[in-house]
Ligand binder design. Structure first.
Ligand code: ZN
Ligand code: ZN
Ligand code: FE
Length: 757
């Protein structure tokens, strides 16, 4: 019998895996890499073959992903043994670079086994776990092309590496205490404090409340004891990050369950080999300082994912703060010297090692909503695993948007996405962006000459598109890209109703879009409806000061009578601001028009006096969601109007009702909850109206607002009641991390469309 496996089956320990399953079932034959996948020919009794293939499906190595198995009966060749055959083509160009994976169960056992030759060796790994992407210098993925090249394997390690039956067969980062990397503890000047017992000494320093920068897989973390209030506050003030929640690493799943409320899906995510940060609700216990995440109930938690983490958390801590080591708006530190320089004044000590991190890769962040995994940031553990598409496309490079950006290269039916890069606001971030561009071109092994980018003329990524050599630039509207991205990962095409509920994106008419109802296919769209237009008085300022948006919403709802209402609500910080705001809005000084849902959230949070000023994007919206802890709520009124065949969703009636409810003394929790009930109802009414006009029944959801679990679950439930077919992200984030894929697929569809016509 011949099996042809395709998907992610090379460079992931797939051949030794097949070898083990085949020999276990006493089958003979061979396994071989081909340019289009892996071939296994097996001979033996029927029941052994059945047990073989079920073993393959059940026990697949963590990094492998079979997209297709072809089966063909072939003549018996009477092989005597089962062997791993060298590939004829060398598997050229098809060995995919895989993500970094958390320490596997086998390695974990060896790590704490006094009899094992890698007992307490912090760099233990095997084919099923350990660093991958983050140690890559070049392709193909061979030891000489990684940062392990300066560590020649000892005889024992080499024997494992060369033995097809061994768990470390062709494990490129294979190492042991004799031949591999080692740890050092440095002081804040970078002087070596000790090479003896550096983990024990680090533990002691953390117990004393010091901030220690710890080199991990994709960058440095800043660590402090999560239970130590003083230490957490010190870290916060040193990092100039007064309010943004800090991520926590918890010893194991039992401790996680004691400190946090986690359901089955969240537990599975926490324990998954990708080990993302998962948002979870804190129980009221003292093991985690309240300074970790003021104002919000959900904290980001993760389990240890390297041998070093397991050893740090082994005895003395239930939880450590492990926040990305960077200055505000800068990328995560990766090199030892870089860390010492850039973290001056933040970290007291540095626990480093001599295995270089060559690719920056932040921790991924995920959550669960509507019973499924949702990514908030796709990076370590997930990138650069390609998104497998249903169709093939020409080669396209898509540069992403301005914030939370990623880069995507389309090649055949694979979409290669870079790890999360972030916001393009600082020179350091832009350097990181260019590193990521070079990296993803290496990984995809191509330099496409068709480039897709955003419509926004001032984005760094748009300007870069114009600077790079290309045969063609295709500009894709931001919210169209959102919808196409969700379509692509769900493998659907043709016309759909798209709900892009978002912060901001450049619209076709030059206004700031963000609450969009589209009728879209992959190549084209029409804006069939949107949330009402309102002003952002002061432009960028309005984003940092949501009370300005509140004023603008009141002006929409009450016209010239807004100051009286604002005064009763006490939302304007200074007396003389009333006249100023009136002038700004009447003459539209620096006041772009927007239909953004994200900014509407900010405005409503300010009307409720939850948040007048923010220190990070999404803060007001997050706190509004956290406030909505009520069992009682009503659907607030809204209007749908229709002008020139465009539906407008008018929330002014809702704003007036919210004000009435505040005056009537309703709690913030009830009003915030009512707001979260109203949006899904309004979306359903809009989708109904669009279905009536177009006959379309498929609804695709995307946009940063759907990071809000209440909103997402409410919207899906409402649309289900109305019997829509609903599609939402599971592979990529619904925020701007998904834009590059949408840009790429949209551009690809346009290129294909033009060839045909
Ligand atoms: Zn392992
Ligand atoms: Zn060794
Ligand atoms: Fe967006």
């Amino acid at each position: 019998m011949r099996y042809h496996f395709s998907g992610i089956v090379q460079g992931v320990g797939f051949r030794p895996f097949i070898y083990r399953i085949a020999t276990r079932n006493s089958l003979t034959g061979f396994v071989q890499n081909r340019s289009d996948g892996v071939i296994a020919e097996v001979e033996g009794p029927e029941e052994s073959i059945v047990s073989f293939i079920s073993g393959v499906n059940k026990e697949l190595p963590p990094l492998a992903d079979i997209s297709n198995i072809l089966r063909k009966e072939i003549a018996v060749r009477n092989d005597k043994v089962f062997r791993i055959s060298e590939s004829k083509t060398g598997g050229l160009g098809k060995v995919l670079i895989t993500p970094d994976i958390a320490t596997c169960g086998d390695c974990f056992k060896e790590l704490f086994d006094p009899e094992d030759r890698r007992y307490r060796y912090p760099f233990i790994n095997c084919t099923n776990c350990g660093p991958r992407l983050t140690i890559i210098k070049d392709i193909p993925y061979d030891r000489i092309n990684t940062s392990m090249s300066c560590f020649p394997m000892c005889l024992s390690c080499r024997a494992e590496y060369e033995n097809p039956a061994d768990r470390r067969f062709h494990a490129e980062p294979n190492a042991c205490p004799v031949c591999g990397p080692s740890l050092e503890l440095l002081d804040e000047e970078g002087k070596v404090l000790t090479e003896e017992e550096p983990i024990q000494k680090t533990t002691a320093l953390l117990l004393e409340g010091y901030v220690v920068a710890i080199k991990g897989l994709g960058g440095f973390h800043l660590a402090v004891d999560a239970a130590n209030d003083e230490a957490v506050k010190r870290l916060r003030s040193r990092k100039f990050r007064e309010e943004k929640p800090l991520a926590i690493m918890v010893k194991d799943i039992d401790v996680a369950g004691r400190l946090f409320r986690i359901d089955k899906e969240e537990e599975a995510l926490l324990k998954s080999p990708q080990r993302p940060i998962v948002l979870a609700e804190k129980r009221k216990t003292g093991a985690v300082s309240s300074a970790v995440a003021p104002g919000v109930s959900n904290l980001g938690i993760m389990l240890p994912y390297t041998p070093l983490h397991h050893m740090l958390l082994e005895k003395h801590f239930q939880a450590l703060i492990m926040t990305s080591a960077n200055q505000v708006d800068e990328p995560i530190c990766i090199a030892n010297r870089e860390a010492i320089k850039r973290l001056k004044g933040i970290a007291d000590y540095f626990l480093v090692h001599n295995r270089d991190i060559l690719v920056r890769c932040d921790d991924s962040i995920a959550t669960v909503s509507a019973g499924k995994k949702r990514m908030l940031r796709r990076s370590r553990g997930f990138a650069p695993k390609p998104v497998i598409l249903k169709k093939s496309y020409p080669e396209i490079l898509a540069l992403g948007p301005q914030m939370k950006t990623t880069i995507c290269i389309l090649k055949g039916n694979f979409a290669f996405l870079s790890p999360h890069i972030g916001d393009m606001e600082t020179p350091e971030a832009r350097d990181f962006y260019r590193e990521s561009l070079a990296l993803i071109q290496k990984i995809a092994e191509c330099q496409p000459d068709i480039i897709a980018c955003d419509l926004h003329p001032a984005y760094y990524t748009t300007k870069l598109a114009e600077d790079l050599t290309s045969s063609r630039i295709i500009r894709v509207q931001h919210h169209h890209a959102h919808i196409v991205s969700a379509m692509a990962e769900n493998g659907i095409d043709g016309e759909v109703i798209g709900l892009a509920m978002d912060g901001t994106g450049y619209g076709l008419d030059g206004t700031v879009w963000g609450g969009e109802f589209l009728v879209a296919d992959e190549a084209n769209f029409t804006r069939i409806g949107h949330i009402m237009n309102y002003l952002l008085p002061g432009g960028e300022k309005a984003i940092r000061e949501p009370w300005r948006i509140a004023v603008s919403l009141l002006k929409e709802a009450y016209g010239d009578n807004w100051p009286g209402v604002a005064e009763k609500l006490k939302i304007v910080p200074k007396k003389n601001y009333y006249e100023m705001m009136d002038r700004v809005m009447t003459h539209r000084f620096n006041s772009p028009v927007t239909s953004s849902l994200g900014r509407l959230f900010d405005g409503v949070a300010a009307i409720l006096r939850i948040r007048q000023n923010v220190t990070f994007e999404g803060q007001a919206a997050m706190e509004l969601e956290a406030t909505a802890k009520s069992k009682i709520g009503i659907i607030l009124p809204f209007d749908i109007s229709n002008t020139d065949d465009v539906f407008c969703l008018d929330f002014s009636p809702m704003i007036r009702k919210i004000v009435d409810e505040i005056m009537a003394g309703r709690t913030k929790a009830e009003i915030a909850y009512s707001f979260h009930l109203t949006l899904p109802a309004a979306f359903r009414s809009m989708a109904d109206a669009i279905r009536k006009r177009t006959g379309l029944n498929r609804v695709v959801l995307s946009g940063g607002c759907f990071q809000n679990r209440l909103l997402t679950e409410g919207t899906i439930a409402e649309l289900e009641k109305a019997a829509f077919d609903i599609f939402f992200h599971e592979v990529l984030p619904s925020n701007d991390g998904c834009i590059s894929l949408g840009q790429a697929v949209c551009a690809g569809a346009q290129v294909i469309g033009r060839r045909i016509t």
